[in-house]
Design a binder for this molecule. Structure first.
Ligand code: B12
Ligand code: SF4
Length: 456
């Protein structure tokens, strides 16, 4: 079949990111014997409609797959919805390709399959991974054996690299220039069960790792063919399992690749040996999934570590010269004014490069926070795309004000629902000067050695 993959995502906060899921879907369909094309709307603005219609006219797809990454900006109180753009893209597809089956996939779709299928009036969908579900759906579509409205559940594949993302169909150079990196996945799944998190729903709780040598092949190919050496490992948690992270760092070193990269790291069980291997393999910064640094809130959110782990992880990273930011959520189950101020104090004490704080917890159906909200009379409807945020009643009256005070008081604090990460003109200026990696790294605020650090 001729299969066109469309990525209508035009969100550019905190950066434009290559549509890795769409590139995987295209790579998987091609490996299954289909002829593929990919239309990426990221940089097109209003030109999206004309370009998409022209792509359809030229390629004459027999099936179209739309990759839906984001539902909205997932921040509070301000959160731009991606839905209006998706609706427009579907309207263009329907006008240009009447009667051609339209199927949906991607992380947004996996979280809200029924709601998005209905909202976009699409024909079919794949919730979860594309690796096995997409080829079988396309094969049944070719035989006309799929009923309208069918949603196939993609189950955990074993990541054998039988199909890699079709990155040659993307403008990678522009993403590297304007977004600061290219994204690569080294494993899927997360073993933790943090109370609000959707990642285990998207990728499963069973961790499946890729062969580190194959990951390094992929990195090396991007360096050699595109001249890009800045990467973002998109794994839910880079440092678990530790042996795999370590093996990957060693494989990068053995291959003699000179890279700069960033990743998500949990403070739980972070060791000096791994941090050292990461630094030597080119890790320049990490986003610490701290969430809170007070026992009460960490317990309420079911995090697997305590405030001491946060201090220790911060110290190890600082000593290794790896910049770090804390990702935080204020107002979760168990939050009080005293836990909140304790988190603020510990975070400031660790001198991160940035502290990115969310106001309240975005509640997704099926999470423990959804049950907590329900027990307090707040319903979370899986069929609704309107975001629900939970703010613990003990801090609800002044939470927003307090976070605004933090933002006003120190450049360390970033609150995405209140102030954008960085003003757009500054972001553009930094990128134009060749800044790579996440832009919070560039600010150079904090991350300085503290008295007592062994090196910095
Ligand atoms: C890494 C990451 C980031 C990094 C990205 C760095 C980079 N350079 O890529 C950063 C920190 C920058 C980021 C930012 C944001 N992110 Co983010 N991010 C992720 C994360 C952890 C992984 C994304 C990824 O690349 N996965 C790997 C790819 C291969 O997986 P995939 O896209 O799901 O694709 C698979 C399937 O979905 C399917 N598939 C995909 N497309 C298609 C198409 C078809 C037709 C089919 C059949 C199947 C299919 O097949 C693929 C392979 O199996 C996810 C959570 C997660 N664990 O998935 C959140 C996630 C995608 N992010 C999310 C959000 C909200 C955002 C932001 C809006 C947050 C913000 N305000 O800053 C921004 C938006 C960025 C943008 N420009 O679009 C949400 C999106 C859902 C939602 N709530 O709206 C997620 C799901 C997290 C969550 N809260 O649940 N993010
Ligand atoms: S917050 Fe991080 S560690 Fe916790 S479940 Fe989600 S991905 Fe896993």
């Amino acid at each position: 079949m001729r299969f066109l993959v469309v990525s209508p995502n035009q969100l550019t906060v905190p950066d434009p990111v290559p549509p890795l899921g769409a590139a995987y879907a295209a790579g998987i369909a091609r490996a299954a014997g289909h002829e593929v094309a990919l239309y990426d709307a990221c940089f097109a603005g209003e030109r999206m409609h004309g370009e998409l219609a022209a792509t359809i006219a030229e390629f004459r797809p027999q099936a179209i797959g739309m990759s839906l990454r984001n539902v909205d900006e997932a921040s509070y109180p301000r959160a731009l919805s991606a839905l209006p753009r998706y609706r427009e893209a579907v309207r263009t597809v329907r006008a240009a390709a009447p009667g051609v089956p339209l199927l949906l996939g991607g992380s947004a779709f996996t979280l809200f399959p029924e709601a998005l299928l209905a909202a976009l009036d699409a024909d079919h969908g794949v919730a979860g991974e594309a690796e096995t579900a997409l080829p079988s759906l396309l094969e049944r579509l070719a035989r006309g054996a799929v009923r309208r409205g069918e949603i196939v559940q993609g189950t955990g594949s074993d990541l054998t690299d039988s199909a890699l993302p079709a990155r040659e169909l993307l403008d990678l150079a522009r993403y590297a220039r304007e977004g600061g990196s290219v994204n690569v996945q080294t494993k899927r799944g997360c073993v933790f069960s943090c109370g609000y998190c959707t990642y285990p729903m998207l990728e499963g709780r069973r961790v499946r790792v890729r062969n580190p040598e194959r990951v390094v092949d992929e990195l090396e190919a991007i360096v050699r063919t595109r001249g890009i050496d800045s990467f973002f490992f998109v794994d839910s948690v880079f440092n678990v399992p530790r042996e795999h992270a370590r093996a990957l760092c060693e494989a990068i070193l053995r291959r003699g690749l000179s890279l700069r990269w960033t990743a998500y790291v949990t403070p739980a069980g972070l060791t000096a040996e791994l941090v050292d291997a990461m630094a030597r393999a080119g890790c320049r910064s990490v986003d610490l999934g701290t969430d809170a640094a007070s026992a009460g809130t960490l317990a309420g959110m079911h995090k697997g570590f305590d405030a001491e782990d946060v201090r220790r992880a911060s110290r190890l990273l600082r000593e290794a010269g790896i910049a770090f930011c804390h990702s935080l959520i204020f107002g979760g189950p168990g939050e009080t004014w005293s836990t909140l101020e304790e988190t603020v104090a510990v975070v400031e004490e660790t001198r991160p490069a940035a502290a990115v704080a969310m106001v309240g917890v975005r509640v997704y159906p099926g999470t423990r926070v959804a049950a907590h909200a329900r027990a307090h009379g707040v319903q979370v409807d899986p069929l609704s795309l309107t975001p629900v945020h939970w703010i613990e009643p003990a801090v609800a009256d002044r939470l927003l004000e307090r976070l605004e005070e933090l933002v006003a008081g120190s450049p360390l604090w970033v609150v995405p629902g209140v102030s954008r990460d960085l003003p757009e003109p500054l972001r553009k200026r930094l990128r134009a000067r060749g800044a790579q990696g996440p832009l919070w790294e560039q600010l150079g605020r904090g991350s300085r050695p503290l008295p007592g650090d062994s090196r910095g």
